[in-house]
Design a protein around this ligand. Structure first.
Ligand SMILES: Cc1ncc(COP(=O)(O)O)c(C=O)c1O
Length: 368
């Protein structure tokens, strides 16, 4: 409110800031330190050490004084080989966040309705709002499942905002772990004729990928990341797949030289040794099954089914008190109780076997 009052005062530094920016809450994360970090859905297994050495060795050859390639073609080529999607339909970004932003910048004008399920990854709403979109909320259905009928109905114009220009779907969904299946996604694409942005940040952990539908629906756009399963969150690398003609337009909304040379080299090295990442992913998937079952056995606790590497967990005490009790034991989880409909919930990433065991012990004590 203070910011808005300020904006009216011509001498304020906020005078002239767009009202939607003043009004939208910032995406923030308090920088807690903890021994066991289960708050950002990261991979607890680091990038393999010998591959790090290989990346350093390769990167050393590059003159640091020069810009990276204008278009990072060799990584796009490697991604094309890895995914089976044509190179011209692939863009790489400084994290998939950058590509989400570029897609929305390309498709959203002032006043464009953008349909977004609730609750989901908050960055979609933040970017759309800053761009002046009118956000159409689509609540998840029972047990946090995607409500396909509601998505179609609202996207087609069944809300006061009118027909959506784009629908954003996160599969599997952060923070709920819920997933859409082929039938659901196909129905959305068949029955709604606008763009669908499918964020597959967690697809490696066992969800359905909409990849095959890219071939049929040139209005579908998929983003993915190296931050989660690939253990490269610090290097900020994501990619997007779409019809090449659409990708060409989205590339106009990206900054030149958006990905630094080190991250490009690391991503190429990772793709050349993709099999080295499988054991950690397999361990995380197995740990997820064990953790989901064990969480469900903690009295008063409910873990929602998840296709990702984290769980939405309902706790029988005030969530922030449980968060603090876990933190006192050196375990950091995410308090998502301020998200719409998640008043009783925390979000907990799957860690190493030892971390998960310590979490379970601490949680049993915290909710006793
Ligand atoms: C659903 C979802 N999409 C995108 C991102 C951002 O990923 P990146 O690190 O590639 O920007 C995250 C990160 O937490 C996420 O949860």
């Amino acid at each position: 409110m203070e910011a808005i009052d300020d904006a009216i005062d011509k001498n304020s530094p906020l005078a002239g800031v767009k009202p939607q920016v003043l009004n939208v809450p910032a995406y923030t994360l308090h920088a807690y330190e903890a021994d066991i970090k289960l708050n950002q859905n990261e991979n607890p297994f680091d990038f393999p050490g010998d591959l790090k050495d290989e990346v350093f060795r390769r990167f050393r050859e590059y003159p640091w004084s020069r810009y990276p390639d204008f278009v990072p073609d060799s990584l796009r080529q490697a991604l094309s080989k890895f995914t089976g999607w044509p190179k011209d339909g692939i863009l790489v970004g400084n994290g998939s966040n950058e590509l989400l932003q570029s897609v929305l910048m390309t498709l959203v004008s002032d006043g464009t309705p953008v349909a977004i399920p609730v609750p989901t990854f908050t960055v979609y709403r933040l970017i759309a709002t800053v761009l002046g979109a009118r956000v159409i909320d689509i609540p998840l259905g029972a047990d946090m499942a995607y409500d396909i009928d509601a998505i179609i109905e609202k996207a087609r114009g069944g809300s006061k905002e009118g027909r959506a220009g784009i629908v954003v779907i996160n599969n599997p969904n952060n923070p709920t772990g819920s997933a859409i299946d082929e039938a659901g996604l196909r129905r959305v694409l068949d029955e709604y004729d606008g763009f669908v942005l499918l964020d597959e940040a967690y697809y490696e952990f066992g969800g359905y990928t909409g990849f095959e539908l890219l071939k049929e629906f040139p209005r579908l756009i998929i983003t993915r990341t190296f931050s989660k399963a690939m253990g490269m969150a610090s290097l900020r690398l994501g990619y997007m797949m779409a019809h090449p003609r659409l990708a060409e337009q989205v590339s106009k909304a990206k900054l030149p030289y958006n990905v630094n040379q080190f991250s490009l080299v690391a991503a190429e090295t990772a793709l050349e040794h993709i099999e080295r990442f499988q054991p950690a992913i397999a361990t995380l998937k197995a740990e997820k099954e064990k953790l989901g079952k064990a969480l469900g056995e903690v009295p008063g606790v409910r873990a929602y089914p998840s296709r990702a590497n984290f769980f939405l967990v309902e706790v029988p005490r005030e969530p922030h008190a449980v968060f603090e009790a876990l933190y006192a034991k050196g375990i950091l989880v995410r308090d998502v109780s301020h998200y719409p409909t998640l008043g009783k919930c925390l979000r907990i990433s799957v860690g190493t076997p030892r971390e998960n065991e310590r979490l379970l012990q601490a949680l049993r004590e915290a909710v006793r």
